[in-house]
Design a protein around this ligand. Structure first.
Ligand SMILES: Nc1ncnc2c1ncn2[C@@H]1O[C@H](COP(=O)(O)OP(=O)(O)O)[C@@H](O)[C@H]1O
Ligand SMILES: [Mg+2]
Length: 247
């Protein structure tokens, strides 16, 4: 296998004396979609936040391509520009139009001229089925539309890696599909995605690999097919049985 785009080795994260991630080893190859599954509190969000340098890592390394993101000499803002992250709560700026939400980082952080930033943003909105929402404020959009706008915002800086943290968990059930379809489309287009999700059917259909976390440990990882239909570890089986019960 060629060198993975994202390479995590021996990652450890504590909050005070509480160990939240312990010896995490995980690779994500270019163009791969990797799903993180696991119960609430298992460490999925913390892992994504560590990759995006929103948390200080206690031990271990994270590489993105050739750069070590965990190198203390590295400017975290510079590293973060190469990564797009979308959260459960869309976090769009309520006082800005959808278009301005999307062009903000390209213009202010990446120095893209307004005209070009807006043209790219409109193209993205069109692709995500939001062409007619460019000038609306976020509160005029449904949850699914807001989350698609948040994805457009993450894509606007052309990140090498996308991190999605439970991006459908806050949505009404009937709006989940439209957001997951966007993710499936991004995979088709060859983007590299690491995402925490509760959507097992989606993971089975779209993920290249699935990684099951429990208490801050990767208990099992493998192809989506293997982990979700023939899990080797009893803990994975217990988790999946509960997840199926709920759906
Ligand atoms: N800022 C924080 N301070 C202290 N503990 C935290 C903080 N953030 C998360 N935790 C704890 O870390 C553990 C993992 O949380 P999290 O990564 O959010 O799990 P998940 O996303 O899988 O639900 C949980 O026990 C949670 O309570
Ligand atoms: Mg979480």
């Amino acid at each position: 296998m060629s060198r993975p785009l994202l390479r995590i080795r021996g990652l450890r994260k504590q909050y005070g004396s509480r160990l939240v991630l312990s010896s995490i080893d995980l690779d994500v190859a270019e163009h791969e979609v990797v799903c993180l599954i696991g119960g609430s509190g298992s460490g999925k969000s913390t892992l994504l936040r560590c990759v995006d340098l929103l948390e200080v890592v206690d031990d271990g390394t994270v590489h993105l391509g050739e750069s070590e993101l965990t190198d203390p000499r590295l400017d975290p803002d510079v590293a973060r520009r190469r990564i797009g992250i979308v959260f459960q709560s869309y976090n769009l700026f309520p006082h800005l139009s959808v278009l301005d939400n999307i062009t903000l980082a390209p213009r202010q952080v990446h120095g893209v001229p307004r005209r070009r930033a807006e043209a790219s943003a409109r193209e993205l909105l069109d692709r995500l089925g939001l062409a007619d929402k460019a000038d609306e404020h976020p509160d005029r959009l449904s949850g699914g539309q807001q989350q698609r706008a948040a994805i457009a915002r993450a894509l606007a800086t052309e990140p090498e890696l996308l991190l999605f943290d439970e991006i459908t968990s806050a949505l009404d059930p009937e709006l989940v599909g439209e957001v997951l379809e966007v993710v499936a489309d991004l995979k088709q287009r060859g983007l590299t995605i690491l995402m925490a999700t509760h959507e097992m059917d989606f993971a089975r259909r779209v993920a290249d690999r699935v990684c099951f976390l429990e208490d801050g440990v990767i208990v099992e990882q493998g192809t989506a097919e293997q982990v979700l239909t023939a899990p080797r570890e009893p803990a994975t089986r217990r988790f999946l049985a509960r997840a199926l019960d709920r759906s």
